[in-house]
Each structure stands twice: as structure tokens, then as C-alpha cells.
Ligand binder design. Structure first.
Ligand code: P6P
Length: 335
């Protein structure tokens, strides 16, 4: 791979050479990447920046917000509201949509994000990240309302995440494969470090929160029990387990070396379809996984085909290596 291709050059070439992304979308992605750089700097300061600990407030999910959740949310709002490429934004940390103020030009895109996924890891120095999804505002009516966001994941025009870990890594798709950029802090820019990421169809690594085992549905219990049986069971191979409790980091590992990630429906809150949020966690991650040759379902249906009814709705997630996701989905629907 040619050395030192910056994110800016990559996006310009995707726009100019391949015509894959309009100028306004390129601008949007560059602004999101700049915001992720700022978030990375705040995260890296940790206790020295006074950014750890709880913000003593709750988000729409009823979860205690960390100071960095709010900081990351504010960074993304302030970076994106004035550029003229967005009509509105939606965030895990905000009850309703944020319409671009009248003092700024309105664009045609909608930006959704989980500003800092994996917050329970912030204070113990474990990787966390920002997840984002881009939709086009539906035409035919002035202004923008929450219902404009309620589009299936197969309508996304861009999706990505930024992991704040040993490296700060931005992973992105605009529908033509998955590219990875690593932050060069000396240059202050994201540098292309891998293109066309591919997820192996098979794996020996599963990611699930085992402490919920007694609450799972039978198909999930069957699949995990078979993995745990290893060479003594029907899978005839041993499996390894990982659970970082940070979806963005677990999914990054799967994009880098394969695996299956599961946060299934369980009996603890049966009225909820799952724990993870469809619009700004499952949809962007599912598109990235599919663009890398993997698969993503809610146990029964393709996540990207699900029609959302609420901005913060939740969904069960089974994603990663294609043959494993197909097996879990088959166990849910043995017909
Ligand atoms: P649990 C983080 O809060 C998150 O939304 C995902 O990033 C992560 O996969 C999941 O929740 C972890 O949930 O129940 O294992 O703490």
C-alpha cells in the first residue's frame, strides 16, 4: 500500500477518482474525524484532564452519564453544526434530535452517533469509542423531524467508528468496502493503514456476556453450550471467549481477525428487543461487518432490513463471521 495516504486524500480520491462520495459527504466525514481526534485527546488525558467519573446525570436510556459521554457529545455537536452539510443530529446522549440552528446553513445529511460507547470502561482505562451513522434527509418536505431519522440501516450512506485504545483507529465504509486509518499524533492526521478489511467466514472466538446465560433463549444457550463443549462436542473444535463490554472494541477485533459478537434478547427485560441501540450502534456496525464479508442479524432477520419505529429503540445483535452467524440464525429458525 502507498505510504502516508491521509484520510483527507483518501476521501478526495474516493470523491474525485471514483465518484463514490459527494463533496458534502466528504466534508462531513472529515469533520467527524476531526471531532474524533479531539475526543481522543480528552480521553487520553484521563484523570489529568479531570474528565473521569460520573456526570451525576442520566441519559434517555436511564443510564448514569460519565463526564466523557457529555464531553464527546458536545464535541460532535459543536464540530458538525456549522458546516452546512447536516440538517440534524441524533445521539444516544440526547432525548430528541438536534436540529442545526437557523444561524447556520442546513445540509442534506443526518448524523447519528453514540459519542462514547463502552462508558463503563472509561474509568478503568479500557478501550472505548465513537460510533457514527450517516443518512440522507428524506426529500419532499421543509425542515427536519425525528421521523426523518427512522430509516432502515440499508439506507445508510456512510458508517464508521473510532476506537480510543492503544492506537486511535478510525474505521469507515461508504459502501465500497471497509478502510482503517490510524491517528499519527505527530502529524495530527489519520493515515490509511488497511483497506478492504475482510472477516473470515469461520472463527473459534465468541464474544458474549456469559453472566447473562440463565436469561438467554434456547437457541443462544444451545450455540454457546456447543462452543463450550469444544472438541468433545458437535463443533469438534475448541473456542476462545472475549468480552470487553465495549461493542466498538469487540467489533473492531472481529473486523481485524474474525469472531462472533452476541448481545441477544434475554428474559431480564422481556419487553425490550435487546440492550444495544439499533440506529447508532447496531446499524453502523452491521453495515461495516457486511461490507467486510460478515453477517449481522437480530437472531432471525438481517439487522439492516429492520424498519425502526423509535429513535432509541433497542435490538438483539448477532454479528461477525458469516458461517457462525448463519448457524445461530438457523438455531433460531430451524424451519
Ligand atoms: P454489559 C456499553 O455500555 C454497551 O452499550 C456496549 O458497548 C457493550 O457491548 C454492552 O453495552 C456491554 O453490556 O451488559 O456486558 O455491561
Amino acid at each position: 500500500m502507498a505510504q502516508n495516504i491521509s484520510l483527507t486524500r483518501y476521501l478526495v480520491e474516493q470523491q474525485r477518482v471514483d465518484g463514490k462520495i459527494p463533496a458534502q459527504l466528504r466534508l462531513l466525514l472529515e469533520v467527524v474525524a476531526r471531532a474524533c481526534k479531539s475526543i481522543s485527546q480528552a480521553v487520553n488525558k484521563g484523570a489529568l484532564g479531570g474528565v473521569l467519573g460520573s456526570a451525576e446525570s442520566e441519559n434517555v436510556q436511564g443510564e448514569i452519564q460519565k463526564k466523557l459521554d457529555i464531553i464527546a457529545n458536545e464535541v460532535l455537536i459543536e464540530a458538525n453544526e456549522w458546516g452546512g452539510h447536516l440538517a440534524a443530529m441524533a445521539s444516544e446522549e440526547m432525548d430528541s434530535i438536534y436540529v442545526v440552528p437557523n444561524r447556520y446553513p442546513q445540509g442534506e445529511y443526518l448524523l447519528l452517533f453514540d459519542p462514547l460507547d463502552g462508558s463503563s470502561n472509561i474509568d478503568v482505562n479500557v478501550s472505548i469509542g465513537t460510533i457514527f451513522s450517516v443518512l440522507l434527509k428524506p426529500e419532499g418536505h421543509p425542515g427536519v423531524q425525528e421521523s426523518d431519522f427512522l430509516q432502515a440501516g440499508n439506507k445508510q450512506v456512510a458508517a464508521g467508528y473510532c476506537v480510543y485504545g492503544p492506537q486511535t483507529t478510525l474505521v469507515l465504509t461508504v459502501g465500497d468496502g471497509v478502510a482503517m486509518f490510524t491517528l499519527d499524533r505527530e502529524q495530527g492526521s489519520f493515515i490509511l493503514t488497511q483497506e478492504n478489511l475482510r472477516i473470515p467466514a469461520d472463527t473459534k472466538e465468541f464474544a458474549i456476556n456469559m453472566s447473562n446465560k440463565r436469561h438467554w433463549d434456547a437457541p443462544v444457550t444451545r450455540y454457546i453450550d456447543e462452543c463450550l463443549a469444544g472438541t468433545t462436542g458437535p463443533r469438534d473444535k475448541d473456542f476462545n471467549m472475549r468480552w470487553i463490554a465495549s461493542m466498538v472494541t469487540d467489533v473492531h477485533r472481529i473486523l481485524m481477525r474474525g469472531g462472533i459478537f452476541m448481545y441477544p434478547w434475554d428474559k431480564r427485560e422481556p419487553e425490550k428487543a435487546g440492550k444495544l441501540r439499533l440506529m447508532y450502534e447496531a446499524n453502523p456496525m452491521s453495515w461495516l461487518v457486511e461490507q467486510a464479508g460478515g453477517m449481522a442479524t437480530n437472531g432471525r432477520e438481517r439487522i439492516l432490513d429492520l424498519q425502526p419505529t423509535k429513535l432509541h429503540e433497542r435490538v438483539a445483535v448477532v454479528l461477525g463471521s458469516k458461517n457462525e452467524v448463519e448457524r445461530v440464525t438457523r438455531y433460531h429458525d430451524p424451519a
